[in-house]
Design a protein around this ligand. Structure first.
Ligand code: SAH
Ligand code: SF4
Length: 318
């Protein structure tokens, strides 16, 4: 790893975000997916997965826990699941905004521009839509029936509609090299997302990429540092896929990253949100996990603001 690049990224992280770590509660409300991405355990052809859907009241109850735990943002994520209509999700967003005052981030994959607009009008603040890879051929192969061009178009709709945007890649997919991954970071920076997520590939045993090796922590950290240098004021999360490597790696990663997304998905279903092997397997309840994370971060000298932690460009001190 280039130590000087990592050090520069640490300095930039401190310049823009100090020692703050933003905790965003993620609620993974459905593992049904109409897509068949070759890298993901939720793909529709994975018939071995027990599928679940949370009702709207259950999702709201998770957001309420986020509020009680003083997290400023709730992230609603799912497979691409048209069972949830645009209007019903808009009603849920209104309820969370009006009654809880949380920032709402959506990560629901590709939906129509009209739906994105409806959710934005309902008060949704942010949308996370990763490009996954910048190689158009690889994209078309790994996401059957989908194109990179269409993904980019969806991202542009979101930016146009005034969402704070998040994007990113899975690093370590077939065909990736150090050079192609750096190129991908450069292309991502051109999109000027407010959040930039670099997730190491972790294989899922029931996916076609089960034999493809996961990416090591060091390469992932190096790419995160590169991303910080390219976009010093962006939010950069420590993804749960990197978090699998343990607390030492997580804390080290937070020297360049500034966001953690603890899962508040209910215990009965959380293990079934199996995007990759090992996801969501901690046994403790959300309150205990949140308390443990807070303790760990405070001990390491980080501060934990409870505000929504908006994008740098929208902050008053910017
Ligand atoms: N269905 C939505 C959101 C849920 S998937 C979507 O695809 O946008 C959330 C993220 O999980 C994806 O964006 C992808 O980056 C990540 N992911 C999927 N499979 C993965 C794997 N095997 N390793 C690491 N990250 C993975
Ligand atoms: Fe579905 Fe998202 Fe997984 Fe693709 S990455 S199979 S769209 S959940």
């Amino acid at each position: 790893m280039s130590q000087s690049e990592f050090d520069e990224a640490c300095l930039l992280r401190r310049k823009y975000w100090g020692r703050k770590v933003f905790l965003r509660a993620i609620v993974e409300f459905s593992n049904h997916c109409s897509q068949n991405c070759l890298y993901c355990g939720l793909r529709r052809d994975n018939s071995g997965l027990k599928r679940y859907r949370l009702e709207y009241d259950q999702i709201y109850a998770c957001a309420l826990i986020a509020k009680r735990l003083e997290m400023g943002t709730v992230v609603l994520q799912s497979g691409e699941d048209p069972w949830y209509s645009g209007q019903a999700l808009a009603d849920l967003i209104v309820r969370i905004k009006m009654e809880l005052g949380l920032a709402v981030t959506l990560s629901l994959g590709e939906r129509t521009r009209a739906e994105y607009a409806l959710w934005r009008e309902a008060g949704a603040d942010r949308y996370l839509l990763k490009m996954e890879t910048w190689d158009a051929k690889t994209y078309a192969r790994l996401r059957p029936g989908k194109t990179l061009e269409k993904r980019l178009e969806s991202f542009m709709y979101l930016a146009d509609l005034g969402y704070e945007t998040g994007s990113g890649i899975i690093a370590g997919l077939p065909g990736d090299t150090e050079d192609s991954l750096r190129q991908a970071c450069l292309r991502l920076a051109e999109l000027k997302p407010d959040m930039l997520s670099i997730s190491p590939f972790v294989p899922h045993p029931a996916s076609p990429l089960r034999e493809h090796p996961g990416l090591d922590a060091e390469t992932t950290l190096q790419l995160m540092a590169f991303a910080r240098i390219l976009m010093p004021a962006a939010h950069i999360p420590v993804t749960s896929a990197l978090g699998l490597q343990g607390d030492t790696v997580r804390l080290y990663a937070l020297e360049v990253a500034d966001v953690l997304m603890p899962s508040l998905t209910p215990a009965e279903v959380r293990e079934d949100y199996a995007i990759y092997a090992g996801k969501n397997q901690q046994e403790a309840m959300p309150e205990e996990r949140a308390a443990a994370i807070r303790g760990l971060l405070l001990k390491a000298g980080f501060t934990l603001p409870s505000d929504a932690g908006g994008a740098w460009r929208t902050r008053s001190e910017a």
